[in-house]
Design a protein around this ligand. Structure first.
Ligand code: SAH
Length: 344
């Protein structure tokens, strides 16, 4: 069955014309869908026969929250949603002074194999549809009662490995008749799938591209991120330069600080050399410890020293604030726990 929420407004118009409906119905249905109804029954201003017809022809997704954890420290809320086929994904709502940010998953599991990341441990199960990503935004807002102003695609999965669905999700969530969230309020994080970065550059969307760099040299990066064996550091950074030229958007680089792996002053110097001439912002993330992983976070002093080396050379560099550390808020941890023991 076709998922109705993954359709654009113009596709919905065509679909409803095929069901012999007047043109204005499409906008009505679209508005209901983007308001987060859980069934066609709730579309109370549609004739009952049309609601039944829609239910017979289309799948209306509405994930169920199987876990909801709220941080006592900072109000971060983490959801584990169960999708219509039983698969689970995580969404995190973070509260900042400038508004609420929702961090959404783009896939169930992940195929990328980064050695420090919990999301990839069971591999890729399936990709999320555009409507399912929209559901994460809408039902997180609905359940928490907190309106969302920013979206980051930094949850489970590799967004550029689900490129077409992610682009369509962006179109849906950005649409004036829908949630109307501006591209400048959306960030997309990738482990570095070069051809897709170049494709995204051509689309000239005004979103923020975040690149998970984590190491400036191929030897280290290939060890921790298998994707680097396919698209090494220099190729990735060349794609970032092209992305900047096409979009005029500064790139954000994520850099997880891993003790004795990528945190030495020499590494900082090499990073500076590699980023020369590229308008960038480096976000240092103290590594979150994952049970199955042998890696440890860098010491606080090491992180601050690394940051200073970058800043002294004029590279914008922040240390990411840790939110929700009491609720397994980082990538994939809750889904993994739940799949091991659903009674938890
Ligand atoms: N697949 C995308 C987005 C998902 S992860 C990507 O790779 O960018 C969001 C960020 O968290 C990425 O930078 C990822 O490398 C990082 N990350 C994953 N596991 C982590 C951990 N244990 N500690 C710190 N950062 C981690």
């Amino acid at each position: 069955m076709i998922e109705i929420k993954s359709l654009t407004l113009s596709e919905l118009k065509t679909a409803l014309t095929e069901l012999n409906q007047p043109a204005f119905r499409a906008k009505q249905v679209y508005t209901w869908l983007h308001r987060g109804v859980r069934s066609f029954e709730e579309m109370t201003d549609l004739p009952k026969t049309l609601r039944e017809k829609l239910a017979a022809h289309y799948l209306l997704t509405a994930p169920v929250p199987v876990r909801r954890q709220e941080s006592q420290l900072d109000g971060t809320i983490k959801y584990l949603w169960q999708l219509h086929d039983g698969c689970c994904v995580e969404t995190v709502l973070m509260r900042y002074h400038h508004g609420n940010t929702v961090c959404i998953s783009s896939e169930v599991g992940c195929a990328m194999g980064c050695v420090f990341c919990a999301s990839t441990i069971g591999g890729l199960v399936r990709r999320l549809s555009p409507g399912e990503m929209l559901d994460e935004v809408m039902f997180t807002e609905q359940d928490s009662g907190q309106p969302v102003s920013n979206i980051v695609l930094m949850g489970i999965g590799e967004p550029l490995d689900n490129y077409d669905n992610v682009c369509r999700f962006l179109e849906l969530v950005n649409s004036g008749e829908g949630r109307n969230i501006g591209m400048r309020h959306i960030s997309l994080s990738t482990c570095g799938i070069v051809p897709r970065i170049l494709e995204l550059a051509e689309s000239k969307l005004q979103l923020t591209l975040s690149v998970s760099l984590h190491a400036p040299d191929d030897e280290t990066r290939s060890k921790i991120m298998p994707v680097n064996r396919r698209w090494p550091v220099d190729e990735l950074l060349e794609a970032c330069r092209i992305y900047y030229e096409k979009t005029n958007r500064r790139i954000s680089f994520e850099y997880a600080m891993i003790r004795n792996v990528n945190d030495s002053p020499e590494t900082a110097k090499l990073l500076l050399k590699k980023l020369r001439g590229l308008p960038a912002h480096v976000n240092l993330i103290p590594l979150n410890h994952v049970e199955e992983s042998p890696f440890a976070p860098s010491e606080r002093g090491t992180v601050l020293r690394f940051q200073k080396l970058l800043e002294d050379q004029g590279v914008a560099c922040t240390v990411r604030r840790t939110l929700g550390s009491d609720i397994d808020a980082s990538c994939g941890q809750l889904r993994k726990k739940y799949s091991k023991n659903p009674s938890l």
